[in-house]
Design a binder for this molecule. Structure first.
Ligand SMILES: Cc1cc2nc3c(=O)[nH]c(=O)nc-3n(C[C@H](O)[C@H](O)[C@H](O)COP(=O)(O)OP(=O)(O)OC[C@H]3O[C@@H](n4cnc5c(N)ncnc54)[C@H](O)[C@@H]3O)c2cc1C
Length: 294
């Protein structure tokens, strides 16, 4: 039986494993796909301290090398069910069944996309789902934001500090976000709101986005489009009693769920800042908390 099984090998899960190993805990990592999680989908990272300009896949390889150096075991298998009650937790994967005293859920979340033809190809080449991560690449350029909720409003305001203009594309005639944010957006001279419009096509030149065409026929020249139509936390294996109304795992300040020995970290939590550094930070904190309960 393991001391800790960590489901998810994104930066949060891998950080937790590194701290667990250094605390002499018997740990196993499990992921259904390539180690590094979301990192594997990020073109370029420029806001992680000490690594001023690194590609996501290179960062993921660094993490994997660190796991191998520390001889931390991992399995590439999909977890399909969890039995969490009691002192012996059972983790069932497509290939095996493992038992553990503690389990850390580091499952991440997936951005929702518009479903346009070349959207995935242009991800990192003009299409983004993270203004805090990518705004810097669009300094003094014109960009668009798509969405009607708080994220779209907040990120539009954030972008105005860096870019020259934001076209906020709203498929409705109003916003779903908080009134004070709507007011700030409406009063910001750098933001032009385009109501009742959807993006019909993403137009590119030499593999980079250079304009969008709306379903009203207008074409707007922009260098980037930020899609804020929501995220889906990857928590389908988790009992709904442990989730909030949006599917994120509920934890207390110690990153513990309501079941003893069951913890959650990283982007599968409801939090203010979804970044590599905050996900990594959760990984370190949770091991410290588990150690204290021993
Ligand atoms: C486009 C984009 C760009 C970004 N750029 C930056 C940036 O420049 N700087 C920055 O700081 N942050 C950036 N972020 C945010 C950052 O990537 C995340 O906050 C961070 O990677 C989250 O790490 P995590 O470990 O919580 O989750 P993830 O990295 O998502 O890892 C979760 C892992 O769990 C696994 N998993 C899920 N379900 C199962 C299952 N049932 N069985 C087995 N495995 C499972 C998944 O396969 C995945 O590997 C960006 C995000 C996006 C979407």
């Amino acid at each position: 039986m393991y001391d800790i099984i960590i489901v998810g090998m994104g930066i949060s899960g891998i950080t937790a494993a590194i701290y667990a190993k250094r605390s002499n805990l018997n740990v196993l990592l499990i992921d259904k796909s390539a180690p590094g999680g979301m990192l594997n989908k990020i073109d370029s990272i420029s806001n992680y301290p000490g690594l001023p300009n690194i590609s996501g896949p290179d960062f993921a390889i660094n993490l994997l090398n660190q796991l191998n150096d520390l001889e931390i075991p991992y399995k590439i298998e999909e977890v399909i069910s969890l039995k969490l009650k009691g002192p012996k937790k059972i983790v069932k994967t497509t290939n095996n069944e493992y038992t553990t005293k503690n389990i850390i859920l580091a499952l991440g979340r997936t951005p929702k996309f518009l479903g346009l033809k070349n959207e995935q190809e242009l991800l990192g080449h003009g299409v983004s789902t993270c203004a805090m991560c990518d705004a810097f690449f669009y300094r003094n350029k014109e960009v668009a934001v798509v969405g009607t909720g708080n994220s779209a409003l907040q990120e539009s305001l954030f972008l105005t500090k860096v870019v020259s203009k934001v076209y906020l594309i709203n498929r409705r005639d109003g916003f779903r976000g908080d009134a004070y944010l709507v007011d700030q957006v409406k009063n910001n001279p750098k933001i032009e709101i385009i109501y009742k419009a959807n993006i019909a096509s993403l137009n590119s030149e030499a593999g980079k986005l250079d304009s969008i065409t709306l379903d009203n026929g207008d074409t707007i020249n922009i260098a980037g489009v930020f899609i804020y139509i929501g995220y889906t936390p990857d928590t389908k294996i988790v009992d709904s009693k442990l989730l909030n109304e949006n599917g994120y795992i509920k934890v207390n300040k110690k990153l513990a769920t309501s079941i003893k020995g069951v913890y959650a970290i990283g982007d599968c939590l409801n939090k203010d800042i979804y970044q590599l550094i905050t996900a990594a930070s959760d990984g370190a904190i949770v091991i410290n908390n588990i150690e204290k309960t021993k």
